[in-house]
Design a protein around this ligand. Sequence first.
Ligand SMILES: [Zn+2]
Length: 415
Amino acid sequence: MIKEKNKKKPQTQPTFPQYKVEEVAPEVYCITAFGNVGFIVTDEGVVVVDTAVHQMGEMIRNDIRKITDKPIHSVIYTHGHYDHAFGVSALLKDAEERGDPRPRIIAHENVVRRFNRYQELQSQQEFINRIQFSVPEGTTAVPKEYYYPDVTYHDRFSFRLGELTFELRFGMGETDDATWIWIPEKRIVFSGDFILWSFPNIGNPFKVQRYETEWAEALEQMASLHPEVLVPGHGPVIRGEKIQKVCLNTARALRYLHEEVVKRLNRGAWIEQILEEVQLPEDLAKKAYLAPIYGCPTFVIHGIHRRYAGWYDGNPSHLYPSKTTDIAKEVVNLAGGPEALLNRAKALKESGEVQLALHLVDFVLNNPETASLKDAHDLKAGLLQTRADAEPSFISRNILLNSASRERQIARGAK
Ligand SMILES: [Zn+2]
């Protein structure tokens, strides 16, 4: 675990580069967007790898059309996330308006299951993505139109177009529906989110389980092909020897955390102890492409733990806990009222123990009799803001800032 006091904001955020179109090899292009879009121009048509978020579809269509007037033959989803599969509608419209045959959409068979799940949980997806990505109220956090694949596959799928071979390989990593693509004639890999210029995301506080060892396996397979160019799911294109380093060091980080968690589970350790003990080796923690700006080691440890163990934390008092409000009431009464807790929280804040201070304020806010105290809401807002300022992961930062602004709102209306 990277300790809070050591957490620093990275200088750059390579996961979110400026939008641009780049020719990465003859007739092969990458649009760095959110996420990246690849397109390959062959004599017989264009193959598009990913389509970014739905808001960027039109821009992507226009940029493809500035470079080629060949019809779009196939669109490959590297996985079914909102930032990869949903800009496709603009490309389908392009084909319709030009009178081209409808491009076929190719994806792993699990993309179908993902789209079904997203639709079943549409409102929950809207709710959590609004917080995770800090989407302002009044704008749509998740799209409502789904473009299912026309062609799905189980393990591998390949096709030829023009002079090129497109080899699609299934893998599990950030998702269970991932495809990465190898074009041997060009020695290019399109990795999808197996590489995203951030520490991998093995499931974050909002999301379902993801797959650390399978993620490492896919990266090792990519490296073994010795590609000359790798187009990642997010962030800048990687070339030459650097590809080996990025793939194999990311795989090493994932395998390391897996082994450390599993070793402790076998010793009978509980989650708190595992989080306290496991830290990423120093040399890996320093790599720019493993910066904890999206996923982070703490979330990965939680994710790996969740994969192999249940939610019980080892303390039987927590098996059927009392209501938080009842516990808070006892503690506030014992402290002789809210002032003692708030004063102590302020002192802790002054000495830099921000997290500990938050727990004390929570007793006051969780006690129904003191829950509306303006001072407590103000203090909590300030503490959350301080935590957010020191937080490199934008997922964590968005959670903290979202709650800080809610606390400020409540404080404005409180006594
Ligand atoms: Zn992505």
